[in-house]
Design a binder for this molecule. Structure first.
Ligand code: HEM
Length: 307
């Protein structure tokens, strides 16, 4: 096959546009190696990231499944970012993206049995102690998915929601996010080590991230769409599916897993992150709802109760 003039001209134009001569680039092709699967996917790097802390074989299941989850979180943030930066959004574009994001969460939810059934309880309760005081709660990407999905007010602890409005500083709102309850004693204001180190690593980044997503999160974008788009039934169903999957189905798969490993003979063991997890994790207390306008009053009142 010979290179036609059109392609050669396009190549010339491409390099001229950056003041470069195309010749050495073409010559470079003579010497460059063909790409292999392992070069492209970086399998060597990827498969060297699994470093366990014990010799218990099931710790590897735990570690790798978390890594798989973090990759899927990254895929979700990748999609949300495209919605946030797109101009002139149509119902079809928005719905397609919401469905993509939902599919990733469907994978996360349906695969959670890898955790629930996948490890030996005795092994789990041994290796998890070597992970104290770390917690999945310190997943920055999970926090970002929430910030990028809804207005900050919907992530504020239910008990303080009425005291916070658009005029509240970001700093103050941040202190009342629902997940502070996993590591803060509200009577004394004292934070756990797990929460303190998490914030010292990520708080500045979170504040920057929320500044952008304050007006560019999925819910805010939906609300800016024309009425005819907002009333599109397929779109509404797609958004409700996403909200329910993240905030009920995934949360319950997670909660049931915690119950399986940490509720031994009716006695709940303390989690590595140290939260009062039974109450903290259940959606009926957490009441995390990304798109409250898309649920009826009855559905909101019963959130997480009939499961
Ligand atoms: C045996 C498996 C698991 C158990 C027993 C478990 C248990 C817990 C518990 C008890 C908490 C509450 C915070 C604390 O005190 O530590 C928590 C939070 C969390 N875990 Fe897990 N977890 C498991 C697997 C996972 C996996 C695979 C992920 C995926 C990355 C994950 C992500 C999270 C996140 C994002 C939070 C914070 C949730 C929130 O704030 O609502 N966990 N986990």
């Amino acid at each position: 096959m010979s290179l036609d003039h059109k392609t050669t001209n396009k190549l010339k134009e491409k390099y001229e546009a950056i003041d470069q001569d195309v010749e050495p680039y073409l010559e470079g092709l003579l010497h460059s190696k063909p790409i292999n699967y392992w070069d492209y996917i970086q399998t060597d790097a990827l498969l060297n990231l699994q470093v366990s802390r014990t010799d218990l074989p099931d710790e590897m299941v735990f570690l790798m499944y978390h890594q798989v989850n973090e990759l899927l979180f990254k895929m979700i943030l990748w999609e949300i970012d495209q919605v946030a930066k797109k101009e002139d959004i149509t119902a079809t574009f928005f719905e397609t993206k919401i469905m993509r994001i939902s599919r990733y969460f469907d994978v996360l939810t349906s695969s959670f049995n890898v955790m629930r059934e996948g490890m030996d309880i005795d092994q789990y309760n041994k290796f998890r102690k070597t992970l104290t005081p770390a917690s999945g709660f310190q997943s920055a990407q999970y926090r970002k998915i929430e910030f990028a999905s809804t207005n900050l007010i919907n992530l504020i602890d239910n008990r303080f929601r009425d005291t916070i409005d658009r005029n509240t500083t970001l700093e103050h709102a941040f202190e009342h996010l629902y997940w502070q309850a996993a590591g803060k004693d509200y009577k004394t204001g004292k934070k756990s080590y797990t929460l303190t180190v998490f914030e010292s690593k990520y708080k500045d980044e979170f504040i920057r991230f929320t500044e952008f997503y304050n007006t560019n999160n999925l819910y805010a974008i939906f609300k800016k769409l024309p009425k005819s788009v907002r009333e599109d039934n397929d779109l509404i169903n797609a958004m409700r599916h996403y909200d329910y999957t993240v905030n009920i189905t995934w949360v319950m798969a997670h909660y049931n897993t915690a119950n399986h490993y940490l509720n031994i003979g009716g006695k709940t063991a303390e989690a590595t992150g140290g939260s009062e997890w039974v109450k903290y994790m259940h959606p009926k207390y957490q009441r995390r709802i990304f798109f409250p306008d898309l649920w009826s009053k009855e559905e909101l009142d019963n959130w997480g109760k009939n499961i």
